[in-house]
Every structure is written in C-alpha cells, then in structure tokens.
Design a protein around this ligand. Sequence first.
Ligand code: TMP
Length: 234
Amino acid sequence: MKKLEQLYEGKAKKIFKTDEEDRYWVEYKDDATAFNGEKKGTILDKGIVNNKMSAILFKLLEAHGIPTHFESLINDREQYVKAVKILPLEVIVRNVAAGSLAKRLGLEEGVVMKETVLEFCYKDDALGDPMINEYHIYAMEFATPEQVEKIKKMSLIVNEVLVKFFLEHGLKLIDFKLEFGVYKGEVILADEISPDTCRLWDAVTNEKMDKDRFRRDLGGVEETYQAVLSRIQG
Ligand code: TMP
C-alpha cells in the first residue's frame, strides 16, 4: 500500500490516504497535550508505544468479537486502519472515580464505584469536548439511537475485556476514552487505546502509569510509557 496525501493532523496522530480507498495510514506522533491543548510537550517514543499498544489491544478486542478499525502494523510508529468516518463522540468508561469525575462530584480519586459509568462528550476541540447526554446526541444527529445502543454495548464489553487483561499484567484500569467510526454502514471501534487515553494504576502500589504523569508533572513519563508496553507484551 502507498502512503498518499495527509488527510488530517490531530494532537497525537496524522492520518494519510492510501492507494486503497477503504484504508488509511496512521502515524503516531510523540507530541503530547493536556487540558485541551493548553499544556504542550513531547514524550519521547510515545508514538511507538501507543502504536504498538493499540495494535495489541485492538487484536485482543477483535478476538472477543469487537469489530475495530485496526488492520496491521506497518512499522514501529505506523499502522493501516479501515477508512472509518469518525462519529463526533468521545465515550468515557469509568470504573474508579478519578480526573474530571472526581472533581465534578467531589469524590476522592480511587473510590471504586458500584457500577461502571459511561459518559459521552461532543468531540470538538474548540468547545473543549463538552459532556453531553443521549438527548443532545439525537437532537444534534451526532449518532442514531441504534448506533448509540451498539456503542454502549461494545464499550461495556471492551471494559470487561480490558479490565481483565490489564489486571493480568499488574495494572488496574481506572477509566478510558473510546471513539467509534462508521465503516461500510457499521459502527466499529476506532482511534487508539494507550496510556494517553486510559488511566492505569499499578495493581499493588496504585502508582499512576499513564498520561497523568505528564498532565500533573509527576516525572518518569517516558519510562512509564515504556513500562506499560513491556508489561502488556510480557
Ligand atoms: P477525565 O477524567 O479528564 O474526563 O478523563 C477520563 C479518561 O479519558 C481518562 O482516561 C483520559 C481520557 N481522556 C482522553 O483520552 N482524551 C481527553 O481529551 C480527555 C479529557 C480524557
């Protein structure tokens, strides 16, 4: 497959056309942002970790019946994916109170919730990805009720599979963000799953092993990304 013109550059990835109409070429960057782009930096080799980790996790999810955009790795930083049309939604799945949920509801980070919480945000950087509910989604036609039903079901299965997988590798999955796209009329899982998009805490010490190290200036950022990759590869 040939890499053709760039279609889009996001905060963490570049998407290119290919000579196959239904495939994109994704390049993972080392650029890191937080707080809707207010904080900027570089995490050396983050692109490699996130590319490889997403490949491992999307293959695992496919094996559990979740359709994903992942096709194959090209090299350390790049992968082929199905040419999806991304729905303008960020789906947040939470098992343990942390981050914006802890702040919003005045909870201490680390409180295990009785049930898994799903949240939707409208994917719009200029607006800071505001939280929305299903009424907004249908009123603004961001997705159909059928698509949202599938998204909710898939997100909960993804959570079950990933919680178990990470725990087997010594990590607690606190929360994460998913994006979905439409491919040949069907909703499939897209984007990435990486320490940028998950909160992962060491299962024994609760040490933060994700992008919060960058967001909160905790140090050891690069080492932590590498450690997460080696754990899940091991
Ligand atoms: P939050 O607690 O800041 O709302 O984040 C919830 C989860 O979503 C956390 O695992 C980080 C992830 N996330 C993203 O992947 N992209 C984003 O832009 C934000 C705000 C959070």
